[in-house]
Design a binder for this molecule. Structure first.
Ligand code: UD1
Length: 405
């Protein structure tokens, strides 16, 4: 069985790492197993990509498509053209895509149109906000995927409601949390920036176009952040898009002039996780950080009006605050005064999601699930759906309280 695993952008890497490791562990007892890691090059800087491979012990990609940045159409199209060539050369049985970035959708569509089976890790997340490019990527990927691996019961239910065949859906847990649990102790031993002490600082991350592309919105958020920084120092690792906008809108100099705000380069995985795990509060518009803070038991204020990860609000430490400056101030001062609220770790976020995924994938035979195989120079066939795919289920664990530091 030949499997291509796709990594494209920063939030993919912590999901791909555990899958690569679980596949590697199976290679000794599966002589027929061949694994190809493809990096699309959507993210390419050392800060946004290279350092993550090192920190997460991910092997060097076998192939780098080197597509780089561009408009959505341009970037997606370039990934598709380059990845089609890879599929034709390698003729994989499966392509594994993770998350919701442009690389995820581009490679899923390309593979599927060549009759290659697609497994989507982190399927079923829905913000129901069609202005988010990620929501379009999620919907397009899920509707064509042959196996859909979900992180929680809400995502599983979303897929069922959308009419996805039940036998394709597997609730396995969260591979991003596999990485967190594996590396959190190493992360905690990274030194804190000078002058900061445990639980006495906050972290800010911002990169959503909806927050950073509008000068007035960005200025409003930063206004609230300045007030919060009067109470607690704030570390702000700035995404390249955000840094560009701060410069363009003339907001960077005044931000940097504040003693209690530290604007830094994007941080690699271990230093960032080390910071988050020892912070008092996180303000963010990221998706994955909502999940990481829930597991770590750190209060998280999400500066968006919706989330595709509602489980983090229902059982975790996440609160949706939006981007109104007054609401941000109020929520931050409340969280700083009251400390972490009672929370739980969602079911199956136990460090074994990748193990479950790989067990299911390797036990699905070529004819189990699927539709039409149309790889050039191969005979076409149509195989029926099987309701009796034998799945190797690993033992479930119960939801647990957040990690204690
Ligand atoms: C992408 C994902 C988003 C994810 C985010 C994490 C999509 C649609 N969006 O958004 O879901 O949360 O990654 O970072 O796929 N740039 C660099 N160096 C890099 C990569 C990007 O400087 O290594 C700059 C470029 O100016 C680029 C901009 O960042 O134009 C945006 O990069 P892009 O990949 O288009 O989207 P992100 O905003 O990073």
């Amino acid at each position: 069985m030949k499997i291509i695993v796709i990594a494209g952008a920063r939030p993919n890497f912590m999901k791909v790492g555990p899958i690569m490791e679980a596949l590697r562990l199976h290679r000794s007892d599966r002589a027929d197993l061949s694994i190809v890691l493809v990096h699309t090059g959507q993210h390419y800087d050392q800060d946004m990509s290279g350092s993550f491979f090192t920190d997460l012990h991910i092997p060097e990609p076998d192939i780098n498509l080197g597509v780089g940045s561009g408009s959505h159409a341009d970037q997606t199209a370039r990934i598709m053209v380059a990845f089609e060539r890879v599929c034709l050369d390698h003729r994989p049985d499966w392509v594994i895509v993770v998350g919701d970035v442009n690389s995820t959708m581009a490679c899923a569509i390309t593979a599927k149109k060549l009759g290659v089976k697609v497994a989507h890790v982190e399927a079923g997340l829905r913000s129901c906000d069609m202005t988010m490019p990620e929501e379009i990527n999620r919907l397009c990927t899920d509707v064509i995927a042959d196996l859909l691996f979900t992180t929680d019961v809400i995502s599983t239910e979303n897929l069922r409601r959308e009419g996805i065949q039940n036998t394709k859906i597997h609730f396995v847990g969260n591979t991003m949390i596999d990485s967190l649990l594996r590396f959190v102790n190493d992360a905690r031993s990274t030194p804190l920036p000078e002058g900061l002490s445990d639980r006495r600082f906050a972290i800010l991350t911002l990169h959503r176009p909806s927050n950073v592309d509008s000068p007035s919105k960005l200025a409003g958020i930063l206004d609230a952040v300045l007030d919060i920084s009067a109470v607690v120092p704030i570390v702000f690792p700035a995404h390249p898009r955000t840094l560009g906008r701060l410069k363009e809108f003339g907001l960077l100099a005044s931000l940097e002039a504040h003693r209690n705000i530290r604007v830094t380069e994007p941080l690699s995985y271990l230093p960032f996780l080390g910071l988050v795990s020892r912070s008092q509060l996180v303000l963010t518009d990221s998706g994955g950080i909502q999940e990481e803070t829930t597991v770590l038991g750190i209060p998280c204020l999400t500066l968006r009006s919706n989330t595709e990860r509602p489980i983090t609000c229902e059982v975790g430490t996440n609160v949706l605050v939006g981007s109104d400056p007054q609401a941000i101030r109020h929520a931050a001062f409340t969280a700083l005064n009251e400390g972490p609220r009672n929370s739980r770790i969602p079911e199956k976020w136990d460090g074994r999601a990748a193990e479950r995924i790989v067990a299911i994938l390797l036990n699905s035979s070529r004819d189990d699930i699927f539709d039409v195989v149309r790889m050039p120079n191969q005979p076409s066939h149509i195989s029926g759906h099987s309701d009796t795919v034998e799945i190797l289920e690993l033992q479930d664990t119960h939801a647990s309280p957040p990690l204690q530091s």
